[in-house]
Ligand binder design. Structure first.
Ligand code: HEM
Length: 298
């Protein structure tokens, strides 16, 4: 049911709205001063607005989710607090379902109801909403944060991306995703038969956790794999996983990254780090990598 909602064509239709969202967020930052924490004031709001848009949740209902996602962002909180927040998110989404049943809009929730009303329960709709929000939002936000940091560390390549030429953007976004090792491991797989991989014996029933980051930096997979090069011809990478369970939201993530980088760099041509590089703290907990905060000035 969901795969159809993530086709290139469907995501393309969202593009004008995504561009408006990015421009409005940049306006807000520009009006607020000459520096910001890019993670809190830009990448997280953008990532959550994009998913709200995809789901079809109207703007006026987003304030509560912003509060919940602030908690989600804080990796230092104990697991119980984070789980409590997850359950609050589920409860919150459940309050949105009756309105969608009554008046199905054009987002995923509305479309699922219109096309499969009798075959999809409220519980399933809540699950879809929550899974997409929690799964997609954090990864996209940190991909934008780490991507901006990478570009600031490579000013000549940043200049190429700022131009916003479609060909460069296409390769740059793939290279940023490949290089940054955002999600270190794929979801676990279980071997269905005995096999030997690189000399390692794996028994049927064994759980396998593969390192996507390691694969993406494997010299046997890609020449000069540890060099960041936004003009590298588009290569296969495993940032979105592999096979039938590879990332469902990858076209949305690509669209957001392609819109955001040139828009941010054109709006603030003098964008620079506002803290010494050594002070930038990387996340050490959680499924998604990234930086805790990204102080920038312009
Ligand atoms: C840069 C941003 C993102 C990255 C790097 C990313 C990466 C991943 C990875 C590595 C997996 C596991 C794939 C595997 O085990 O083979 C995954 C699964 C998934 N992602 Fe993403 N993701 C991103 C954004 C999103 C967004 C925006 C959404 C939804 C709106 C999303 C929805 C999902 C879903 C539903 C799955 C589970 C697919 C399945 O098990 O069949 N992701 N993602």
């Amino acid at each position: 049911m969901l795969t159809r909602e993530f086709t290139v064509k469907r995501i393309q239709a969202l593009r004008p709205r995504l561009e408006e969202i990015v421009a409005a967020q940049l306006d807000g930052m520009e009006q607020a001063g000459q520096s910001a924490d890019l993670i809190r004031q830009f990448t997280f709001p953008i990532a959550s607005f994009a998913i709200w848009e995809l789901l079809g949740i109207p703007c006026e209902e987003r304030a509560e989710f912003q509060r919940l996602s602030e908690v989600m962002l804080d990796a230092s909180l104990p697991m119980e607090r984070r789980m409590k927040n997850y359950h609050e998110t589920l409860t919150y989404i459940s309050t949105l379902i009756p309105g969608h049943r009554e008046n199905p809009g054009d987002g995923i929730l509305g479309r699922l109801i219109r096309e499969h009303a009798d075959n999809i329960s409220d519980q399933e709709l809540i699950g879809v909403g929550c899974f997409l929000l929690v799964g997609g939002h954090e990864a996209t936000a940190h991909a934008l944060g780490l991507g901006t940091l990478l570009l600031l560390q490579h000013p000549e390549q940043l200049a190429d991306v700022r131009e916003g030429e479609e060909d460069v953007l296409r390769t740059a976004v793939e290279e940023i995703l490949r290089y940054q090792a955002l999600i270190h491991t794929a979801t676990p797989r279980w071997a269905t038969r005995d096999l030997t991989l690189s000399g390692q014996v794996i028994k049927a029933g064994d759980m396998i956790v593969t390192s996507l980051a390691s694969a993406n930096h494997d010299q046997g997979f890609l020449q000069d794999a540890d060099t960041f090069n936004v003009k590298r011809p588009v290569s296969r990478h495993l940032a979105f996983g592999y096979g039938i369970h590879q990332c469902l939201g990858q076209q949305l993530a690509r669209a957001v990254l392609k819109i955001v980088f040139p828009a941010l760099l054109q709006r603030f041509p003098s964008l620079r780090l506002a803290a010494p590089e050594g002070d930038i703290r990387y996340r050490t907990q959680g499924f998604v990598g990234g930086v805790e905060s990204l102080p920038v000035a312009w």
